[in-house]
Design a binder for this molecule. Structure first.
Ligand SMILES: [Zn+2]
Length: 225
């Protein structure tokens, strides 16, 4: 396990992105998981689907039941453009990222304290300080009419405004933060399906395996139709 942790740290430290990287948070449950530890020592499978791929059986949520977790508009573009004040600084699947890093166009820490909204109606299943690499984290479970479940994760929050019970779509659940000063402020936002090995935990934020992790903005786009 020591070798794996050392290798994982090397990979984390050498992966480059426009957002700061996690360097210490390696959950014991992941480190001891044989499948995941193998994936850290082998190149990614060429059969791994495109990061943008959303399985059809997950597109069963009502139209427009998912929205953006940041911004005054219900939907914001991923580009740093003038259509809204927000952009995605590190995309899902880029540099092994398991989520999206949402920032204000104005950069730096100008988004500290901005509201973070539930992307869809659901039930809070986790709300806690998840350690130095994460800061405050909220996970919400969303259930489609046919019983299909997804979970969204909101990381590095300054405050947690809702820590239990049900929430409405776009209800404020917290504020954007910097994980107690570790990064420039941004929202790390993830979407997971129920086959995710990280279903009930914050997870590593970055991984060679995207099993059960989905591109949040791509999913939101597809459910708008
Ligand atoms: Zn991130």
């Amino acid at each position: 396990m020591r070798i794996w942790i050392s290798l994982a740290r090397t990979l984390l430290l050498t992966s480059c992105g426009s957002a700061p990287q996690f360097t210490k948070y390696i959950p014991e449950t992941l480190a001891s998981n044989k499948e995941n530890s193998n994936s850290a020592t082998q190149p990614p499978s060429p059969e791994q689907p495109s990061p943008k791929h959303i399985p059809e059986h997950l597109l069963v949520f009502p139209a427009s039941s998912f929205a953006s977790p940041v911004g005054e508009k219900e939907y914001v573009t991923e580009k740093r453009d003038r259509s809204d004040e927000w952009y995605n600084a590190l995309d899902f699947g880029e540099s092994r990222h398991l989520g999206e890093d949402w920032n204000k166009n104005s950069g730096g820490d100008t988004d500290c304290g901005e509201p973070v909204y539930a992307a869809a109606a659901g039930e809070i299943v986790l709300a806690e300080d998840a350690g130095p690499g994460w800061g405050n984290v909220v996970i919400i479970e969303h259930t489609a009419p046919n019983g299909t479940k997804l979970r969204t994760l909101y990381g590095h929050l300054t405050t947690i405004d809702r820590n239990e019970g049900t929430v409405a779509r776009r209800e404020k659940i917290g504020t954007i933060g910097n994980a107690n000063g570790r990064y420039k402020c941004h929202l790390h936002f993830e979407l997971r399906s129920a086959d995710s090995p990280l279903w009930s935990e914050p997870g590593p934020g970055y991984s060679d395996s995207r099993e059960g992790s989905l591109d949040p903005s791509e999913f939101i786009r597809k459910t708008r139709r």
